[in-house]
Ligand binder design. Structure first.
Ligand code: XMP
Length: 513
């Protein structure tokens, strides 16, 4: 079964991925394509609708990104957002100019008035907040177009030609700051493009399994399983598709959180696959002995990981396919064509150079993270695996400050587990992008019972973030912090002091090393 498809034409806007996510959240499959796509390529994709994204340029700039004018002759509905709206107007006989006065330029939350008889704004209130970010504006609307929204500063906030299914909005419906923005996108998809809503992860699972079977045939597939969400879901999908033709190598470096290695192994026990858990704790700890410098730790772990994986892969002889958990944001970020492959290599730290295989398979390369999680659920992976927060490749080695020893790792594991348990009990996990404990190498004096202690300080870290490039520290309720602190000091030997990290990123990073 093939899905209906919407194409998001990329003109260089900041929120392009978000547009694609919103469309998929509405149950319609969509792909982001560069604006340079040829008209024949576009036609071959057979989209039910096209969305022009925003972009940094001005349409009257000779170097501004353009769409092939034939796109307006295809008989396919178009929604233009911000720059995309101006491009639509510019191409169809309207006039776009630089806003001469500050009042015509609009940035930020803007009160907007909508014509709710128009299909795009069906079901909205007549007044709402929209997120604007434009320096140019439509001075003259193209012939045949109606005005369907305005603000106090700007008479031409949205336009439409319902007979051709062309819509343009100056604001960004894809960002959360626009009230009912997702409803507008939904309206475009269902009222204008006549979407059926045939994009569900259940359907996707069946389709992906069929395609993987066709592609792989009787070939052998190898996958490096880290226990993270992406590699786990890729493994589960391949397990369902090709069963024991799949070999998963799970290098257990002994730097995972409490019970994590066992949980990963247990989750895959239901499939008839070759699951190799390499117990490499002793090896990694011996290589890390005496090392205190963070970059050295990272380097040693990265190299050792490749060596262990390579040794296991060699035992298998020739494999046909190396599978990877690359997901769609990696693909979009790396652009089209050759760059994709370079990024894939990067994702597994250079593994393809070391392993003998014919081809790479990336069964998640068209999915966003939330879709990957949903697919994991469809495949029957447990919730704790599917909702796992990001975990760094070097594991707890970069959360034990200074030298890494088994004793320190065990201490950190117990404390980290208590922190996670209390966060779950308080029901606040969804506000926390990533949260964990760090064992510092600082010791201080304390008193326990009647005795003096001289033990380690543990730091709690939690950040609120969507992109992990910037982050704010989470305002965890004091009562929760208090419970965590009391429990850790009482239950975990060698910790007598707890501190909470209240630095954002930047200037700090999320991890301490
Ligand atoms: P920082 O500390 O740079 O972390 O603010 C940003 C995000 O990246 C994760 N992280 C890593 N992930 N391998 C990974 O796969 C690594 O070596 C690594 N180092 C940091 C970190 O947990 C956070 O989510």
């Amino acid at each position: 079964m093939s899905h209906q498809k919407v194409i998001v034409l990329d003109f260089g806007g900041q929120y392009n991925q978000l547009i694609a996510r919103r469309v998929r959240e509405c149950g319609v499959y969509c792909e982001v394509k560069p604006h340079t796509i040829t008209i024949n390529e576009l036609r071959a994709l057979d989209p039910i609708g096209i969305i022009f994204t925003g972009g940094p340029g001005s349409v009257y700039d000779p170097k501004a990104p353009q769409a092939d004018p034939e796109v307006f002759q295809l008989g396919i509905p178009i929604l233009g957002i911000c720059y995309g709206c101006q491009l639509l107007a510019h191409n169809l006989g309207g006039r776009v100019t630089a806003a001469q006065s500050d009042s015509a330029r609009e940035y930020g939350k803007t009160e907007t008035f909508f014509d709710t008889d128009c299909k795009l704004f069906d079901g909205l209130s007549q007044k709402g907040i929209s997120w604007m970010s434009h320096g140019d504006y439509m001075e003259k609307v193209p012939d045949g177009f109606a005005l369907i929204a305005h603000s106090d500063a700007c008479p031409n906030v949205a336009i439409c030609d319902e007979s051709r299914g062309f819509y343009g909005v100056q604001f960004h419906p894809e960002v959360n700051h626009t009230e009912n923005g997702t409803l507008m996108i939904r309206n475009f998809l269902y009222n204008v493009c006549k979407a059926k809503g045939d994009w569900t992860m259940g359907d996707y699972k069946d389709m992906a399994i069929r395609q993987l079977r066709e592609k792989i045939g009787s070939g052998k597939v190898l996958l490096a399983l880290s226990g993270g969400v992406d590699s786990s879901v890729a493994a589960a999908l391949l397990a369902e598709a090709v069963g024991n033709q799949l070999t998963c190598v799970f290098v257990d470096h002994g730097l995972m959180r409490l019970n994590e290695g066992d949980e990963v192994a247990a989750a895959f026990s239901k499939w008839n696959i070759n699951f190799i858990r390499v117990d490499a704790e002793k090896l990694f700890l011996s290589r890390l002995a005496g090392i205190t410098e963070p970059e050295r730790k990272r380097k040693i772990i990265g190299e050792e990981f490749i060596r262990v994986f390579e040794a296991e892969a060699k035992k298998l002889g020739q494999v046909d396919y190396l599978a990877q958990g690359t997901i769609y944001p990696d693909v979009i970020e790396s652009g089209a064509g050759e760059a994709d492959v370079i990024k894939s290599h990067h994702n597994v730290g250079g593994l393809p150079d070391y392993v003998d295989f014919k081809e790479i398979v990336e069964p998640l390369r068209m999915l966003f993270k939330d879709e990957v999680r949903q697919l994991g659920r469809e495949l029957g992976l447990p919730e704790y695996l599917v909702m796992r927060q990001p975990f760094p490749g070097p594991g707890l080695a970069i959360r034990v400050i200074g030298e890494v020893t088994k004793e320190k790792l065990d201490t950190l594991r117990k404390a980290d587990f208590i922190f996670r348990e209390e966060v779950a009990a308080a029901g606040i996990a969804s506000d926390m992008g990533q949260y964990f404990a760090v064992l510092t190498n600082m010791r201080s004096v304390g008193v326990m019972g009647d005795g003096r202690t001289y033990d380690y300080t543990l730091a709690l870290r939690s950040v609120t973030t969507t992109d992990f490039m910037t982050a704010d520290w989470t305002r965890i309720p004091y009562e929760v912090l208090d419970r965590v602190s009391v429990r850790i000091v009482n239950e975990v030997p060698h910790i007598n002091r707890i501190v909470y990290d209240i630095t954002s990123k930047p200037p700090a990073t999320i991890e301490w090393e």
